[in-house]
Design a protein around this ligand. Structure first.
Ligand code: CA2
Length: 145
């Protein structure tokens, strides 16, 4: 099977680089997708990237990953803190996945401290800015034979 990673960015991450640079930095979503693909290529993986503001689209993309991906990197945005359905999709496909947050959610509002993914993620990268996506690639790659 092709060694492909699905990169999922959730609601509002299409706004990266346009607002709140003090929280999320100045890199755009295109920058994130490029740096993730470059980090993946360094360790022999391809990346398919999806971003959506719609939970069902994200869930469908996760289900489709069963066919041709070996792992998932996901920044679920605000769905991190609310979505049992996203958790169920990720556990349902049974691919190892990394949960990435650009900001340090534990240094922010209390409602960002809980993640529905925290106990099922193979890797968690939190508060490393957009470089966290490359870190997630390397940590996931180390888990995949
Ligand atoms: O730190 C992260 O990566 C988050 O997953 C980002 C989510 C937030 O709800 C989580 O608590 C932490 C929000 C993404 C919104 O991204 C924006 C980027 C630029 C401008 C406005 C929103």
């Amino acid at each position: 099977m092709t060694r492909r990673i699905l990169l999922v960015n959730g609601p509002n991450l299409n706004l990266l680089g346009s607002r709140e640079p003090e929280v999320y930095g100045t890199a755009t979503l295109a920058d994130v997708e490029r740096l993730t693909a470059e980090a993946a290529a360094d360790v022999g993986f391809e990346v398919r990237a999806v971003q959506s503001n719609h939970e069902g689209v994200l869930i469908d993309a996760i289900h489709a990953a069963r066919e041709d991906c070996v792992a998932i990197i996901i920044n679920p945005g605000g769905l991190t803190h609310t979505s049992v359905s996203l958790r169920d999709a990720l556990t349902g496909v049974a691919l190892p996945f990394a949960e990435v947050h650009i900001s340090d959610v534990y240094a922010r509002e209390e409602f960002r401290h809980h993640s529905y993914l925290h106990d099922v993620a193979a890797v968690r990268v939190i508060g490393e800015g957009v470089d966290g996506y490359a870190s997630a690639v390397r940590q996931l790659a180390a888990l995949i034979p």
